[in-house]
Design a protein around this ligand. Structure first.
Ligand SMILES: NC(=O)c1ccc[n+]([C@@H]2O[C@H](COP(=O)([O-])OP(=O)(O)OC[C@H]3O[C@@H](n4cnc5c(N)ncnc54)[C@H](OP(=O)(O)O)[C@@H]3O)[C@@H](O)[C@H]2O)c1
Length: 227
């Protein structure tokens, strides 16, 4: 699918960070965009349709799928980073990571697959991370949730391809957003650049979009013995 002008996209977590950049880039490409946020009043992007969506709230997910009936592309972007370790983090934080990145993303996908099918097919992009593959103990909960997201993305790609829905993953290192405000600026990429690159890859039909050199290097090392 290359015709962005006839795309209707829904972007989760579109009020700030990478999600905001996705929404802006899609508008610039001529798409209709539902900018989804837990608090839609925080959406201030010209040209979008704000919509309420907490991806961990089944009722909110159901309502969004009932409202945005013309969607053909879903960008599963919403995420959290508690930086909880698997032994010293709270179980509440560890569950929040899995509830958001895995169950929340899956809930949105399950709700919107029938919508996309009714509209003749389309695409889903799951925003993952270099930490889907690199698992430092300092981000144990986040890495486990993103690794689960990777497995989910691969399984859904195979399941949805015959149904006319392309499923892609974006894997990316540090970006300059609130999530990693503690990382020095010179180690982060511009989320606007990542959004453009990811959309190019998605609409070109790529299954996996690797946004930076760190991510490409880590992926290339996957068959090496664990350090
Ligand atoms: N920044 C990085 O270095 C980096 C690296 C790799 C991958 N990623 C991934 O990129 C994606 C975007 O992150 P970001 O860097 O843009 O982070 P961010 O600036 O912290 O933004 C996170 C967004 O997700 C939303 N969100 C969180 N939980 C939600 C929920 N339950 N329902 C709906 N929306 C929810 C937030 O909404 P509120 O405003 O309501 O909190 C916010 O819009 C995430 O999936 C993240 O894991 C980020």
């Amino acid at each position: 699918m290359t015709d962005t002008e006839h795309t209707t996209a829904l972007v989760t977590g579109a009020n700030r960070g990478l999600g905001r950049r996705f929404a802006e880039a899609l508008v610039a490409r001529g798409a209709k965009v539902y900018a989804a946020a837990r608090r839609p009043e925080t959406i201030d992007i010209p040209g979008v349709v704000p919509i309420q969506l907490d991806i961990t709230d089944p009722e909110s997910v159901r309502r969004a799928a009932e409202q945005a009936t013309d969607v053909t592309v879903v960008i599963n972007n919403a995420g959290v980073s508690t930086r909880a370790g698997l032994l010293d983090g709270t179980l509440e934080d560890i569950r929040l990571e899995m509830d958001t990145h895995y169950f929340g993303t899956l809930a949105v996908t399950r709700a919107f697959v029938p919508v996309i099918e009714r509209n003749g097919g389309g695409a889903i992009l799951n925003v993952l991370s270099v930490l889907s593959w690199l698992h430092p103990p300092t981000s144990g909960a986040y890495s486990a949730a993103k690794a689960a997201g990777w497995a989910m993305t691969d399984a859904l790609r195979a399941e949805l391809a015959p149904r006319g829905i392309h499923v892609a993953a974006l894997h990316v290192g540090f970006m300059d957003t609130d999530m990693v405000s503690y990382i020095p600026a010179d180690q982060k990429t511009d989320p606007a650049v990542v959004a453009e690159l990811a959309l190019d890859g998605l609409f070109a039909g790529q299954p996996e979009i690797l946004a930076d050199e760190l991510t490409r290097n880590v992926k290339a090392q996957l068959s090496a013995a664990p350090a």
